[in-house]
Design a protein around this ligand. Structure first.
Ligand SMILES: *[C@@H]1O[C@H](CO)[C@@H](O)[C@H](O)[C@H]1NC(C)=O
Ligand SMILES: *[C@@H]1O[C@H](CO)[C@@H](O)[C@H](O)[C@H]1NC(C)=O
Length: 402
C-alpha cells in the first residue's frame, strides 16, 4: 500500500524488465500475446491509484451513508409492520444494506435497466463498466463443444467477441466448460433472473484484458482443463497448456468486478488475481467448501504485484473453507518477520472469534492527504452479518425488487 513516488518509478522499471517471463498457460507466446501483455501492463500502471487511502476513505464513507439510510428505511418499514425478519421472502420488502446493493437491487425495474449495474461498483474496481457500451447478447445454448469456432448462442461465443457485450441468459442452465473460458475485454456476464451454474468443467480465465463484470453466477466443482487450441478473441486462437482448475483466474488484468457470485470446490483457487492485476473489487460473494480460497499475487519476487489494488467487501466466507481468505502474496505463518514486517497491515474494528488474532505491521498508511476529521473509519465487525446477509448468487425475479 505504500505509494511514495520514487518507489513507484523503481517498481515500474522492474516491471518492464521481468515482462518476458510471464507466459502462464500460453503454449505459444506469439506476437499476439506479446502485444496483449504489453497493453495490459500499460493498463495496469494507468489504473493504479497512488493514493489508495482516498479510495478506502470514499468507500467507508459510502458504507456509513448507505447503512444509515437503510436503518431509517427499516425503522419506517417496522413501524408499518411489514416485518423484516430473515431473508427476503417473495413479495416481501427488499432490504439492501451496503452501497453496492443499494445502487440497484431494490429497484423493481432492474431487469429493464440491467446496465445500471455498471454504475454500482465501489472500491478499487469502481471504474469497471463491463459491457456497458455494447449490445445485449443472450446465451441460449449451454453447450461448450468447439473451442476454436464456438457456435453462436453459447457463452464462449459471447466472451471472445472483440466488441463490448452485455451477456445475459435465456433460461436456467448448467454450463460445463470443456476448457478454460477465456474472456475478452469489455464484457459483463450477468446471470441475474436465472440460475446459471458453471460446473464440473474448467473455469473462467481473465488474462491480459480489462473491464469485466461477473455477476450472479454459481461457479463450482471446477477441474483442470487439458489445454489445446482455444480461441481467446475473434481474431486469435492458440495453443494452451493445462489450466489450473481455478474458479476465476485473473491474470495481468485490470478493472475487474466480481459481485454476488457463489463459489465452491475448485481444483485450485476459487479466485486468484496475479501478475500485476489491479483495480479489482470482489463483493457480495459467497464461498464454501474449499481449501485455497483467494490468492492475490503468487510470488514476492514478482514486483509488478506492488501495483495490485483489490477491494474485498461484503463477502461471506462460509462453511468448509480452509485457508487463504485471502492470502496476499506472503504466507505469514511460514515466512520470517523480515519478509513482511515492512508491509503496512492494519485491522480496524474487527471482531476476532475462535482464537483468531491479527498482527499489525509496517508503518501507518499515509493519511497525510486527509484532515484527521475527514478520515472515515470502517464500520466495525459487529455489522458484518447485516452487511453480508444477501451474499452469493441472488434469486432475482424479473419485474420485482431483487
Ligand atoms: C425492527 O423491529 C425489530 C423487532 O421488533 C427490532 O429488533 C429492530 O431493531 C427494529 N429495527 C429498527 C431499525 O428499528
Ligand atoms: C474497451 O472499451 C474501451 C472504452 O470504450 C476502449 O477504449 C477499449 O479499446 C476497449 N478494449 C478493447 C480491447 O477493445
Amino acid at each position: 500500500m505504500e505509494s511514495s513516488r520514487p518507489k513507484l518509478l523503481f517498481l515500474c522499471f522492474i516491471f518492464l524488465a521481468s515482462a518476458a517471463s510471464t507466459t502462464a498457460h500460453i503454449a505459444e507466446y506469439d506476437e499476439y500475446w506479446e502485444k496483449k501483455a504489453a497493453l495490459a501492463r500499460a493498463a495496469s500502471q494507468a489504473a493504479y491509484n497512488p493514493n489508495p487511502e482516498s479510495v478506502a476513505n470514499t468507500f467507508n464513507a459510502d458504507v456509513h451513508r448507505e447503512m444509515d439510510k437503510a436503518e431509517v428505511e427499516h425503522a419506517i418499514m417496522n413501524s408499518t409492520r411489514r416485518g423484516l425478519r430473515g431473508r427476503k421472502k417473495k413479495g416481501g420488502p427488499c432490504v439492501a444494506t451496503n452501497p453496492i446493493d443499494r445502487c440497484w437491487r431494490c429497484r423493481g425495474d432492474w431487469n429493464k435497466n440491467r446496465k445500471r449495474l455498471a454504475k454500482c461498483a465501489r472500491g478499487f474496481g469502481r471504474h469497471t463498466t463491463g459491457g456497458l457500451a455494447g449490445r445485449f447478447y443472450v446465451v441460449t445454448d449451454p453447450r461448450d463443444d468447439d473451442m476454436v469456432n464456438p457456435r453462436k448462442g453459447t457463452l464462449r461465443w459471447g466472451v471472445i467477441q472483440n466488441r463490448p457485450l452485455w451477456i445475459i441468459f435465456a433460461k436456467d442452465m448448467i454450463i460445463r466448460l470443456s476448457e478454460e473460458l477465456i474472456v475478452n475485454s469489455n464484457k459483463t456476464i450477468d446471470g441475474r433472473g436465472v440460475n446459471v451454474r458453471i460446473a464440473n468443467g474448467a473455469g473462467i480465465t481473465i488474462q491480459y484484458v480489462h473491464n469485466v463484470i461477473l455477476h450472479s453466477l454459481h461457479i463450482q466443482d471446477i477441474t483442470q482443463g487439458n489445454g489445446g487450441l482455444i480461441r481467446d478473441s475473434e481474431t486469435h486462437y492458440g495453443l494452451r497448456t493445462r489450466s489450473d482448475g481455478d474458479g476465476i483466474s485473473i491474470f495481468g488484468s485490470t478493472n475487474i468486478w466480481v459481485d454476488h457470485v457463489s463459489m465452491s470446490n475448485c481444483g485450485d483457487g476459487l479466485i486468484d488475481a496475479i501478475m500485476g492485476s489491479t483495480a479489482i473489487t470482489i463483493s457480495n460473494s459467497h464461498f464454501t467448501q474449499h481449501n485455497d480460497v483467494m490468492l492475490f499475487g503468487a510470488s514476492d519476487a514478482y514486483s509488478p504485484d506492488a501495483l495490485m489494488q483489490i477491494t474485498v467487501a461484503f463477502n461471506h466466507f462460509g462453511r468448509g473453507l480452509v485457508q487463504r481468505m485471502p492470502r496476499y502474496v506472503t504466507k505469514r505463518e511460514y515466512s520470517p518477520d523480515n519478509v513482511w514486517k515492512d508491509w503496512s497491515w492494519r485491522s480496524e474494528g474487527d471482531l476476532m472469534r475462535n482464537g483468531a488474532f491479527f498482527v499489525p505491521s509496517g508503518r501507518d498508511p499515509d493519511k497525510s492527504t486527509f484532515d484527521q476529521k475527514d478520515l472515515i473509519k470502517a464500520k466495525p465487525g459487529t455489522f458484518v452479518a447485516r452487511l453480508t446477509r444477501y451474499s452469493g448468487s441472488l434469486d432475482c425475479v424479473r419485474g420485482q425488487p431483487c
